[in-house]
Design a protein around this ligand. Structure first.
Ligand code: IPM
Ligand code: MN
Length: 373
């Protein structure tokens, strides 16, 4: 008997609260032996009692769960965005989830804004460093609020951090049958940090003689992504550049609504969240595209070793896209719920599972353990 994997679910804010319950239904329907515990961390909870994440939250997640599934965080009622920062960046930093893996795969040519692009043209993965760079929050103000104000924001690059993300990228390439790792930086200007990345990249590459290497400045990479995406395979870069280029990359596969993402530390409880944000203007209208979170859920299942169930979900998403059973952002006419359910209905016979309890548990808040059977 397979032991069930325990997944902590944080739907979060805005459209996160709509897409995640739908994604949970699809995960349940895939037959993967998983159980979900829903946490209500997000703007609503923060505005009620000031909780962003409980004091022992990160230890609890690491101890009691095999993975974390997050929707989106961000709400105009919390202009400081403090809760989002503490929850999302908190998980990345405190749990040391150092590799942000963002696959970029075009499922249907019609979704790509590039002229004549085919699915074969857009199929690469960005490995973004997830715990350092400008995101470390180091810096400060001098003479704040005066005409002489100085603001600094420091770009942190540790030997250990750079080495482990570059090695992760090569290992990812090897494990996924990829042929090349491209390292992107801005070493023509950021000479100290770029110099470290360059040296470490060359060193680590020697351990992987079967994998080709390339280097590009990040601005040139943006151009390349639009002009010749087919040439890209695995890209490794720092936190800030990775953030920026993955929005651009998402556009190639149909927009942020289609983009999956995993925040990974091999061997530890890792976190999976769709790349999109909480999209406040769209929230509560049953309009949001659930496919990004469904694909993210599939990525999580594959990470937990449930490759067959992940493949079923990906196949269902592919069918939905090919048959235009999608939301309006990617050219369909369906609502969030109908799109997600179509995927299940379309696969139901193949999957042959029933699942119970998810809807009510998802709707009613925290600390329930629905059984997926
Ligand atoms: C992302 C987001 C986050 C980031 C924000 C919400 C802090 O844009 O996951 O890409 O910058 O990492
Ligand atoms: Mn981003």
């Amino acid at each position: 008997m397979t032991t069930r994997k325990r997944i902590a679910v944080v739907p979060g804010d805005g459209i996160g609260k709509e897409v995640i319950p739908n994604a949970l239904d699809v995960l349940g329907a895939s037959g993967a032996p998983v159980e979900f515990t829903i946490y209500d961390w997000g703007a609503d909870r923060y505005l009620i009692d000031g909780t962003t994440i409980p004091p022992d939250g990160f230890e609890m997640l690491a101890r009691d769960f095999d993975a974390i599934f997050v929707g989106a965080l961000g709400d105009p009622r919390v202009p400081s965005n403090l809760h989002a920062k503490e929850i999302l960046l908190g998980m990345r930093f405190q749990m040391d989830l150092y590799a942000n893996v963002r696959p970029v795969r075009l499922l249907d040519a019609s979704l790509c804004p590039l002229k004549n692009a085919t699915c074969e043209d857009v199929n690469f993965t960005v490995i973004r460093e997830n715990t350092e760079s400008i995101y470390a929050g180091m810096g400060g103000n001098f003479k704040f609020g005066t005409p002489d104000e100085v603001a600094t924001q420091e770009d942190i690059n540790t030997r250990k951090g750079v080495e482990r993300i570059i090695r992760f990228a090569f290992e990812y390439a090897r494990a996924n049958g990829r042929k090349q790792v491209l390292m992107a930086d801005k070493s023509n200007v950021m000479t100290y940090a770029g110099g470290l990345w360059q040296r470490v990249f060359k060193e680590v590459a020697r351990e992987f003689p079967a994998i080709a290497t390339q280097h590009m400045y990040v601005d040139a990479l943006c151009l390349q992504m639009l002009r010749e995406p087919r040439s890209l395979d695995v890209i490794v870069t720092n936190n800030m550049f990775g953030d920026i280029i993955t929005d651009l990359a998402a556009t190639l596969q149909g927009g942020l609504g289609m983009a999956a993402s995993g925040n990974i530390h091999p061997g530890r409880t890792s976190m999976f969240e769709p790349a999109h944000g909480s999209a406040p203007p769209m929230a509560g209208k049953n309009l949001a595209n659930p496919l990004g979170s469904i694909l993210t859920g599939a990525m999580m299942l594959a990470h937990l070793g449930f490759n067959a169930q992940a493949a079923k979900i990906e196949a269902a998403v592919l069918d939905a896209v090919r048959e235009n059973k999608t939301t309006t952002d990617v050219g369909g006419t369906l609502a969030t719920r109908e799109c997600a359910q179509w995927g299940q209905a379309g696969r139901k016979r193949a999957i042959g599972v029933k699942f119970t309890g998810l809807r009510s548990a998802t709707q009613s808040g925290r600390r329930q353990r629905p059984q997926v059977s």
